[in-house]
Design a protein around this ligand. Structure first.
Ligand SMILES: C[S@@+](CC[C@H](N)C(=O)[O-])C[C@H]1O[C@@H](n2cnc3c(N)ncnc32)[C@H](O)[C@@H]1O
Length: 209
């Protein structure tokens, strides 16, 4: 399935915001075990790819620089589509995701999300859920985008969350250089929490104290 109008292989530098681990962890407990996740806006360096693999999922990465344009490419077999997409293409990406019909979760800029006739129609006519956070998510800074983004992010999901609104708390990484989420992932309680469908944040808090 191809959307030729948006199938340019050029990269828009303003879309180069990369996701930190702490923003990926809240989604883990909603995923079923032993599933295959397609991360369509991610190279092998992406934290989505790394965190999902560390938690026992099979991951198919795909990025425009690897010749896997989201509007032209689709893996043969996968269960979920999860990523942080390029914001400049938010609308056509949502349109394609709903057409693909697989459960998805996309970390998306909430500003003006319903403020378009097309998006209003997409949300009105398709199943979707929202994950809201207690804090604003920040991203890995790059040369091009080196300040905090002027927007709040949420996960827009489809057929993935148990109710239309889910509220999650973010556990940001320590500013003192201890990569807290990495330490927890290495120790594996998160894996157990995820597999037993318990809240990984509860585990993270208890290990921290
Ligand atoms: C907001 S960034 C997020 C990257 C990564 N998912 C993460 O969270 O760290 C979106 C990425 O999608 C890439 N991209 C843009 N258009 C694309 C397309 N049509 N197909 C696949 N990747 C694309 C951009 O170059 C950019 O690196």
């Amino acid at each position: 399935m191809t959307n030729h109008e948006f199938a340019s292989d050029k990269v828009n530098k303003k879309d180069e915001y990369y996701t930190k681990r702490y923003a990926i962890i809240p989604i883990l407990k909603y995923l079923k075990e032993n599933k295959t996740i397609w991360c369509p806006f991610d190279t092998e360096e992406s934290n989505y790819v790394k965190v999902f693999r560390e938690n026992g999922f099979n991951v198919i990465s795909g990025h425009i620089v690897d010749g896997k344009n989201f509007f032209k490419y689709e893996p043969d077999d996968y269960d979920y589509i999860i990523s942080n997409p390029p914001y400049s293409l938010r609308e056509p990406i949502l349109e394609r995701l709903f057409k693909l019909g697989k459960p998805f979760a996309m970390l998306i800029n909430i500003s003006g999300l319903f403020d378009s006739k097309k998006r209003y129609g997409l949300f009105k006519n398709n199943p979707f859920e929202i994950m809201v956070f207690n804090k604003r998510i920040d991203y890995i800074k790059t040369e091009v985008n080196n300040s905090s983004p002027p927007f709040s992010s949420i996960y827009i999901c489809s057929s993935l969350l148990p109710s239309q609104f889910v509220f999650e708390e973010l556990l940001k990484e320590s500013k003192k250089g201890v990569n807290f989420t990495q330490a927890i992932l290495t120790n594996s309680p998160l894996i157990n929490a995820s597999q037993n469908n318990r809240n990984p944040l509860t585990k993270l808090e208890s290990v921290k104290s």
